[in-house]
Design a protein around this ligand. Structure first.
Ligand code: IPE
Ligand code: IPE
Ligand code: MG
Length: 244
């Protein structure tokens, strides 16, 4: 959809398109199992979907996209699946780096990096540096991300700042500045595919006032048209933020 034709949804004259969309990309394993295929085939198909959704975002008016790729809990899966996923992440960065740099995508990662292999960590740092001046789409990928882990690391940092006398009485802004998402706007809308209606440790602080959309579509079947329909529905919501 071209920028000029994107629907401008308004309520009381306020532009209601979400600026920041976050997605829990779920259902790759079931998508593959439904066809009698190995789970990793579903993950590979899921990665193809990511490319399409990333390309569609700017024309849909989405300037920030945060996607959940691997949780702190996903290490419980088989070694084969975990290693397969890590390979998909490496390949995605290697193959997409050029295109993302050229298309104005700024790529960043959230989550603990220490547990990731050195090669992946190196690729992550170099693409972050390479795309740091881009602003057409801010793409954040959550790898080895868990909201509780992020908050624990942030609390540790904040405690160190207090111990050094840099912070006296911590505010919400002080804690937010210690999160992996420091400087990112909060998501307006969180989408979860595959029919599950839980948040699975994704952005508990940042999404405290987000709208949620749960769709039965499995991630490998989720198209830019599905996203466009969800964005249209978002425009009809009334967000109150605690006001009357
Ligand atoms: C989401 O798909 C991708 C990751 C969690 C890495 P799943 O692998 O969770 O797919 P289902 O939920 O088993 O279908
Ligand atoms: C959440 O999906 C994590 C990602 C999409 C990366 P899971 O499939 O891991 O979540 P649960 O196990 O259903 O809660
Ligand atoms: Mg799942």
């Amino acid at each position: 959809m071209a920028a000029e034709t994107a629907p401008l949804l308004t309520s009381g004259g306020v532009d209601q398109r979400p600026r920041h969309v976050a997605i829990i990309m779920d259902g790759n394993g079931r998508w593959a199992a439904n066809r009698g295929w190995p789970r990793l085939v579903g993950h590979r198909r899921g990665a193809e979907r990511v490319k399409q959704i990333v390309r569609a975002c700017p024309d849909l008016g989405v300037n920030w996209l945060t996607i959940y790729a691997f949780s702190t809990e996903n290490w419980k899966r088989t070694t084969e699946e975990v290693l397969g996923l890590m390979k998909i992440f490496r390949r995605y960065i290697q193959h997409e780096a050029e295109g993302m740099a050229a298309e104005g995508v700024r790529l960043r990662f959230i989550g603990g990096r220490d547990r990731l292999d050195d090669k992946l960590q190196g690729l992550m740092s170099s693409i972050e540096a390479r795309t740091a001046c881009n602003a057409r789409l801010n793409l954040t990928v959550a790898i080895n991300y868990g909201g509780r882990d992020e908050l624990t690391r942030a609390a540790t940092r904040l405690a160190q700042q207090i111990a050094r006398g840099e912070v006296e009485r911590p505010t919400e802004a002080d804690l937010a500045a210690c999160l992996d998402t420091a400087g990112h706007p909060d998501p307006d809308l969180v989408i979860r595919t595959s029919g599950e209606t839980r948040t699975s440790n994704f952005l508990p602080w940042q999404a405290a006032y987000a709208e949620y959309e749960f769709t039965p579509t499995l991630w490998p079947d989720f198209t830019p048209d599905h996203l466009a329909q969800i964005l249209d529905r978002f425009g009809l919501r009334e967000r109150r933020f605690g006001g009357a």
